[in-house]
Ligand binder design. Sequence first.
Ligand code: SF4
Length: 79
Amino acid sequence: MENIKVSVDLNKCVGSQLCIMFSPTVFERDGNGQSKIVNRNGANLAEMLSTAEQCPQCAIKVENTQTGEVLFPPPELAF
Ligand code: SF4
């Protein structure tokens, strides 16, 4: 995904593994049972946003690196 950055906040991730289920080409479980990104280009933007929306902790952030815009989560869901 050109100009798109995906990251997982490990202070929020509780290891529900929903992201791994919805985007298995992007996320894997790390040694602590949390999510880690193994392929940032493993999904298109639509899938990435859809997966980020499934995270119960809003731990997945999707950003446009060119504009700096946070595509997910929206401000009202960021905590
Ligand atoms: S869906 Fe969210 S809480 Fe669950 S493993 Fe992925 S990043 Fe962590």
